[in-house]
Structure formats: C-alpha cells, structure tokens
Design a protein around this ligand. Structure first.
Ligand SMILES: [Zn+2]
Ligand SMILES: [Zn+2]
Length: 259
C-alpha cells in the first residue's frame, strides 16, 4: 500500500490510497474539497489521472471535504461512498443516484482490493465518519475533523501501520488569535477540531511499534505552526521531530510507501 495527500486544511482536503495486488491496482480518493481543475492538476502532480480512481469515499459534508466531490464524480463517472446523513446534502441533480454507494458507519466494505473501515466521530456535521484503509497486510488510519477523542476512535485506530492525524490548532494560539469568540468556541468545542496536545495524547494511546509513518493534518494557518504540531507528536512517540510529516494545504504530502 502507498498513500499521499493532495492537500489538507480548511481550504480543501483530498487523500489518495493505492493498493497493488498482483497485476491489479486499486485506488481511492478520500474526500475532495478542491475544484475540478484544481483536483485534476493535483492528481497529475501525484502522477495520476481521474480515470485511475476506483472511487471517492467521503467523510462529511463540510465544503473542504465534499465541495469538489459531485462535479468530479459526474464528469469522470467516479462512484462515491458516503453516509445517508452526508448524502442528504446533495440533490439528485448534483450527484445522481447511480453514482452513490451508502456507507453504514459500523460496517466495513471493500472497493476492489482496498478494505475500508468507517468509524464514527464527534464533529458538527450530519453523520460524519473517518476511515481506516487496509490491504490485508497493513493498515492506514486517518482522523481529521473531530472535536473529542472517544474509546471508539482509539479502538478503530489501534495498531495502524501509518497514521494521518489532525493537529488543527495550538490551544494558546487559538485563544489569543484573531478568530471571533464564536468561531474560537466552535473550533475548540467538543464537535470542532483536535488541538495538538489532545491529538498527541490520542497518539500516545494508539501508537504501535509497527508505526511506519505519522503525519499531522488539517493544520490551521492562523492558529498553529508546523513546528508546534510536529513537536507535540514527536513527544508522544519519543522520536525525532523530523520523523513527523506534515500534510500541507498546498502540497499535501508526497507518496509514502507501506510495507
Ligand atoms: Zn475539514
Ligand atoms: Zn469538518
């Protein structure tokens, strides 16, 4: 398995998972918060074309995750997996029924050779989920857009071989930063976004000796720095800060191989 990000943050998210089994290659895009041309050019940067994707799995309806999904899927006839609660926000015209596959948040499913395990998360959306991807040998766990950690999240992410975890904000920077009070409360709230320290505490509880890659994702431009996020995760793993990757808004991150 290998994976990369086309971009991560409040202005748009998309992550690619690829599994090769023998002669066949399966690929999924998780979320698409970029416009059509932007998504196509970011895919090209990763060496891919839209036809290389077997589907798009969606986490929730916020525009930085769902915003580009319907247009991309309509143009390229890409099947989409999403929960009923997320689908509610899309009209038949926006996303034809024929392209929709419903995700039961408690039921794993398979897209060609990729095993997809959705799990529920507290976030201010209709029926949000996050995903763990597997190929029978290794597992990649992804978690962003979550206000609080739960036992269910910990159990879902335990023993992953790679993790992409939200490090949205530094609590101090958010509290003294430029956001209006209502937005500060939303971001820091139980249905908002994970701060560096809370994410690091979660990482400390779910880390496994098998871990090959760790990436901080969905960093706030105003309320965080890469150094703070990296250091929090490095402390949790007792590793060098340079080993912790960053998923950036513009570049995402380049392919990472799992073996
Ligand atoms: Zn988001
Ligand atoms: Zn969100």
């Amino acid at each position: 398995m290998r994976f990369c990000s086309l971009g991560s943050g409040s202005e748009g998210n998309a992550l690619i998972v690829e599994v090769r089994q023998g002669a066949s290659t399966s690929r999924l895009m998780m979320d698409c918060g970029f416009g059509l041309a932007e998504t196509e050019s970011r895919l090209a940067r990763a060496g891919l074309s839209p036809a290389n994707l077997d589907g798009i799995v969606v986490t929730h309806e916020h525009s930085d995750h769902l915003g580009g999904v319907a247009r991309f899927a309509r143009k390229h006839l890409t099947p989409v997996w999403l929960t009923h609660g997320t689908a509610r926000l899309l009209s038949e015209r926006a996303l034809p029924q024929a392209l929709i596959n419903y995700v039961d948040p408690h039921e794993a499913f398979q897209v060609n050779d990729i095993a997809v395990h959705p799990y529920t998360v507290p976030h201010d959306a209709n029926e949000p989920v996050q995903y763990v991807f597997g190929d029978g040998a290794v597992r990649l766990g992804v978690l962003t857009d979550v206000g609080t950690t739960t036992t269910h999240i910990e159990n879902s992410l335990k023993d992953c071989d790679a993790l992409v975890l939200e490090a949205n904000h530094d609590r101090e920077m958010l509290s003294v930063g430029p956001y209006p009070a209502s937005l500060k409360a939303r971001v820091a709230g139980r249905f908002g976004h994970l701060d560096n320290d809370t994410a690091a505490e979660l990482l400390g509880r779910i880390k496994s000796p098998k871990l090959q890659h760790i990436l901080c994702a969905h960093l706030s431009k105003q309320n965080n720095t890469e150094e703070l996020a990296r250091q929090a995760f490095a402390n949790a793993l007792s590793c060098e800060a340079s080993w912790v990757g960053i998923s950036r808004q513009d570049e995402g991150f380049d392919w990472r191989q799992l073996s």
